[in-house]
Design a protein. Structure first.
Length: 367
């Protein structure tokens, strides 16, 4: 663990709370689009109203961090990483207690209510949604962690720095910016529609998403550049970029196709992919385009993005380089099986028909 003074240790522990408050203020004061979201079947029929300004919030926070207006050096989040994680966990516990206890209890066990939450939404001031703000914070802090790690690495090695580490960091920033550019799509995802606000989601957004996902950066930013012949750079860096972008196209394409279908059921995606569906008159499943190739293609794309990120670093024998890729692969293999059970319960025979049309789970022709 990096040695810090007592004052630095306290500052590091409080960093997640300070960043949380910074993002909250920016989210509240920066002009935003106000849009209606998806209406949950069990709700009153009135959709929730959402405030969307994630990209502007992230850019503002990035400028504040880059200009060191917080009085913290650019590489601070890398230097203080373990204390930031500890402070983030404590912040998650406090927020969970406040959000869960203010909602009515239900018949589930106390531990389940704590972990999974009691309510699907928590809105403040009429247009600040708890879940959407947590995603803004998580994505924003993830981007700041990527920039901070790159800044620390450059400060250590200067012109001899690892180009792949800068590419890896840029991929994370791309990942975050892409999320915010298509922020409205998130309103039509399972997380927003079905998940409850409990410790699992809160600690995921405050600690796991922004601090654990970039674990490869935290494990390699202090290392010198890998010993790779510069003549291999086009293949190494270009290949990693190609894999990452292929994954991005699949994930963004699949999510965007479903979003377009939910809002405009008759519209052809990208102007030429006509929506083909299965329906029982009450429920409908999209089964064309990306969703006709595999039942969870959006997960496949994210795994490819993680592979591209691992390749970009160039530290091929360092186990931490592959940690996020391995984690995400295992996570989505488990999650798609959980999703299969939920969808089978929700759609019944209709899901069986869909499995007959889209025979593969994640990777067409393989799995």
């Amino acid at each position: 663990m990096t040695d810090l003074t007592t004052t630095q240790t306290v500052a590091a522990f409080l960093t997640p709370t300070a960043v949380f408050l910074l993002f909250l203020v920016l989210h509240a004061v920066i002009p935003a689009r106000h849009v209606d979201g998806y209406t949950h079947p069990s709700a009153s029929g009135i959709p929730n109203r959402y405030r969307l300004n994630g990209l502007a919030v992230f850019v503002a926070a990035l400028v504040i961090w880059w200009l060191e207006l917080t009085f913290a050096p650019l590489g601070w989040l890398w230097v203080a990483k373990w204390h930031v994680i500890a402070g983030g966990v404590v912040l998650s516990v406090v927020l969970t207690a406040w959000i869960v206890l203010r909602a009515p209890a239900d018949e589930r066990g106390a531990v389940t209510q704590w972990m999974e939450g009691r309510s699907r939404t928590a809105q403040f001031r009429g247009d600040i949604d708890g879940k959407m703000f947590l995603y803004i914070f998580g994505g924003g802090l993830l981007g700041l962690n990527a920039v901070s790690s790159a800044a620390y690495h450059f400060g250590e090695y200067g012109d001899a720095a690892n180009l792949g580490l800068f590419l890896h960091s840029a991929m994370w920033v791309w990942f975050v910016v892409d999320y915010f550019v298509f922020e409205r799509v998130q309103l039509y995802t399972f997380d927003i529609i079905e998940e409850r606000l409990g410790f699992k989601l809160i600690v995921g957004c405050i600690v796991v998403y922004p601090c654990v996902y970039p674990i490869a950066l935290w494990a390699t930013a202090h290392l010198p550049a890998p010993d790779i012949d510069p003549s291999w750079n086009p293949l190494w860096l270009g290949g990693a970029t190609a894999v990452f972008l292929a994954g991005w196209v699949i994930t963004r394409g699949a999510n965007q196709q479903k979003y377009v279908f939910k809002r405009f059921p008759e519209r052809a995606f990208l102007g030429f992919i006509r929506p083909a569906t299965l329906t029982d008159g009450d429920r409908t499943i999209l089964c064309s385009g990306f969703w006709g190739r595999a039942r969870h293609m959006n997960y496949t794309g994210e795994v490819l993005e993680a592979l591209g990120m691992a390749l970009a670093l160039g530290h091929f024998t360092n186990i931490w380089t592959w940690a996020y890729f391995v984690y995400l692969t295992l996570f989505f293999v488990v999650r798609e099986r959980i999703d299969e059970g939920r969808c089978a319960g929700k759609y019944g025979e209709l899901w069986t028909q869909y499995r007959g049309k889209a025979r593969y789970r994640l990777l067409p022709g393989v799995y």
